[in-house]
Design a binder for this molecule. Structure first.
Ligand code: ADP
Ligand code: MG
Length: 695
């Protein structure tokens, strides 16, 4: 039988329709898929031990001859034991398999076998119980399951690790060692990597001298080579997409002259920080180019991204273009609308708000004005680009706090034939490698400084027993004219129960703890107008204490609030805690964050709380978050726009990803692929990393 990498797995010996279906469910359809799936780990079964040297209590590999075997009934009806005696030159021992009567048809006396399993003391003698076994063929001296370092695979449906091992072996045996190599020869030899076939073979069936430790850390040359190959192909695809995007014509260019600059200056209520100025410069630079901008603006909570976006918006509007400003929730859209409208007062432009709760009549009118081009700036949720809103001259799209969806929205815009400049803003600092991987086709601006006069928020973790002190502290702050938040997590799976808990707490705080203060409540189940009323009242200082569920997590901005009390801090993730803390410390006044936790803390929760008290640097926190949670959780699994890697682990393989990015860049320089080839690379890349569903 001849096997190619593209061969569907059902053509492999031992794969019937049922196994093929099991494999397909795990995403394994071709030989290529099967071979590019690392074992979970490796086990050393290479040292064959003489029977006489065995000791109870640890697993052992032995090789010997089947001296006798047979099936034995037990007192339990239907429960049978297959018993054997296996011997080598040094002695013999009993081998027992429980409830596997079919072994009667597998073993016969005189066979040479290799066994691996736990050694036990039973009935005064040593016994191997339920060992993995292999019958040595006279012709093929190879053992797969014992007598070597063996791969352990994750079980797939009904397919055990042992069956998988056999399948992988089968595929490798019938695959040509000259199988085409995706890695350019220059790159391969420069990094002293084995050939593709040799790497696949050694990654699944390591040679005798391989180090078990290195294998289990996925650091052998064979494993590294396969990882690098995936990273390289990924980076080449990213670059190709960039090239393809650069070739797209931008239809609506932007000019910046003294008039435009003056207009922007007029709208500025304060001096920009150095970080903000640089970001504006980079963004406006992009906007003046022929190709559409694709830029990510990173900046910690409170860094002042909004004003930067507004500067870009003014440049677009002064050039007669429209701007769409999108926020992840209605409440944030409303807040942006409120802030932007205020900032635009000094200009000749008007902003409009369009969300799901805009009433039908005004909605219709707004949509008409947008398509007529008389509204220059529209603030809304992502429904803005998804719905039937047709812009007349859409020049700039700003997407706030939504890096995860930026990719989708760009694809949607493109599908509509629009190529506006896109600015994605995020306060979730993304660790460098991830940004590199996820946004390799984006340019990144980062605001690293904070507006002047900000002081780091003082953070303390307190157990329940200290609640009284915290309340006393909050009372002092409220009496001094400040405001405070009390935040509740998603305690139960149901939002209803949470709302109840938050409501009860608000009542309790208002009636018993802070009777002299005005206490408000904000939660996700409230109607949009009610939410807005509460938010406005809090922003205006009419409410002093705001009890809320996590709806305030992103973006809400009330500079006079100086205390953040987080209830059940142990239940929040790091990113969320950081976001919540960012709601305070937004003025020159000292702010405070209390993490109130319920004992006992799990190790992870203790680590999170500790991180929060140790650092305020969002990038540092994001790094630790990624370490703790792993990339799957960090972004949520199967998040649109997050590539699906077969081998790469975004945390473990970061350096490799960076090295691959460099190599990919060099490859592009030297190979200079023509447009058709670039388009093909992009297509393959989208398919391979399952990014195609996005569009
Ligand atoms: P974020 O980056 O979290 O979206 P915002 O844009 O909401 O931050 O800005 C946070 C607060 O800081 C706002 O009240 C804003 O007016 C203020 N701010 C932003 N930039 C400056 C600056 N250069 N000087 C003074 N205050 C600023
Ligand atoms: Mg913001």
């Amino acid at each position: 039988m001849n096997v190619e990498l593209e061969t569907p797995l059902q053509y492999l010996k031992g794969v019937g329709p049922r196994r093929a279906a099991d494999l397909a469910r795990a995403g394994l359809e071709t030989v290529d898929d099967l071979l590019h799936r690392f074992p979970l780990r490796y086990e050393d079964r290479s040292r064959l031990q003489p029977v006489a040297s065995l000791r109870p209590g640890r697993p052992a590999s032995v090789s010997g001859r089947m001296l006798g075997c047979g099936l034995r009934a037990t007192r339990r009806p239907g429960f049978k034991i297959f018993e054997a005696v296996v011997g080598d030159d040094s002695g013999s021992l009993r081998v027992v398999w429980l409830n596997q009567p079919f072994l009667r048809d597998v073993f016969v006396r005189g066979q040479q076998v290799v066994l691996y399993g736990p050694v036990e003391m039973r009935g005064g003698g040593l016994q191997l119980t339920n060992p993995q076994y292999e019958i040595l063929d006279e012709e093929d001296g190879e053992t797969l399951h014992t007598g070597r370092i063996v791969p352990i695979y994750e079980r797939v449906g009904g397919i055990t690790t042992k069956i998988q091992r056999r399948l992988v072996w089968e595929a490798l045996q019938h695959l040509s060692p000259d199988v085409s190599d995706a890695l350019p020869e220059r790159v391969r030899s420069a990094r002293q990597y084995p050939t593709r076939y040799a790497a696949m073979l050694a990654a699944h069936f390591p040679p005798e001298d391989a180090s078990l430790d290195a294998l289990n850390r996925f650091e052998t040359p064979a494993q590294q080579r396969l990882l690098f190959e995936e990273a390289f192909l990924f980076q080449v695809g990213l670059l190709a997409r960039r090239r393809a995007a650069a070739a797209e014509r931008k239809t609506l260019p932007v000019r910046v002259d003294e008039h435009v600059r003056e207009s922007a200056r007029r709208a500025l209520p304060f001096r920009l920080t150095a970080g903000q100025r640089l970001a504006v410069k980079e963004i406006v630079g992009d906007m003046q180019r022929q190709q559409p901008m694709n830029r990510l603006l990173q900046g910690d909570v409170g860094a002042g991204k909004t004003i930067v976006a507004l500067m870009a918006a003014l440049v677009a509007m002064e050039n007669g273009l429209q701007v769409a400003f999108m926020a992840p929730t209605e409440i944030l859209a409303e807040q942006h609308f409120f802030n932007l409208s205020r900032l635009l007062q000094a200009s000749r432009f008007r902003a409009a708000l369009l969300t799901g709760s805009t009433p039908g009549a005004s909605r219709k009118r707004l949509i008409a004005e947008i398509s007529a081009g008389t509204i220059a700036l529209v603030v809304g949720t992502h429904a803005l680009v998804q719905g039937g809103v047709g812009f007349s001259r859409l020049g700039l799209v700003v997407i706030d706090e939504q890096h995860r969806f930026g990719v989708v929205q760009r694809a949607l815009l493109r599908a509509k034939g629009l190529h506006p400049d896109v600015l994605v803003m995020t306060a979730t600092p993304i660790p460098r490698t991830l940004a590199l991987t996820l946004y390799g086709d984006l340019d990144v601006s980062a605001i690293r400084d904070l507006p002047p006069g900000r002081r780091p928020v003082r953070t303390a973790a307190k157990p329940e027993s200290r609640r009284g002190e915290i309340y006393a502290f909050i009372r002092d702050q409220l009496e001094a004219g400040r405001q405070a938040y009390v935040v509740y997590p998603l305690v139960e799976e149901s939002e209803k129960v949470d709302v109840k808990a938050a409501t009860a707490m608000a009542d309790h705080l208002a009636a018993d703890v802070f009777p002299a203060c005005r206490v408000g409540l904000l939660h996700g189940r409230m109607k949009a107008e009610a939410k807005e009323r509460v938010m406005r009242a809090f922003a205006a200082g009419e409410l002093q204490l705001l009890v809320c569920t996590t709806v305030i997590e992103v973006g809400v901005d009330v500079a006079n609030a100086t205390v953040m009390l987080i209830e059940h801090a142990e239940r929040f993730g790091l990113a969320q805690l950081h976001q919540l803390r960012g709601r305070v410390g937004r003025s020159a006044r000292q702010s405070y964050c209390f993490l109130l936790y319920q004992s006992p803390l799990s190790d992870d929760a203790r680590e999170r709380v500790k991180t929060m008290t140790e650092t305020a640097d969002g990038f540092e926190i994001a790094e630790r978050d990624l370490q703790q949670r792993g990339p799957g959780d960090f972004f949520g699994t199967r998040q649109a726009g997050v590539p699906t890697f077969r081998l790469i682990d975004l945390v473990r393989d970061r350096q490799l990803l960076e090295a691959a990015q460099q190599e990919a860049g060099q490859w592009f320089e030297t190979a200079k692929p023509p447009a058709g080839e670039v388009a093909r690379l992009v297509r393959n890349w989208e398919l391979r990393f399952r990014l195609i569903e996005v569009g």
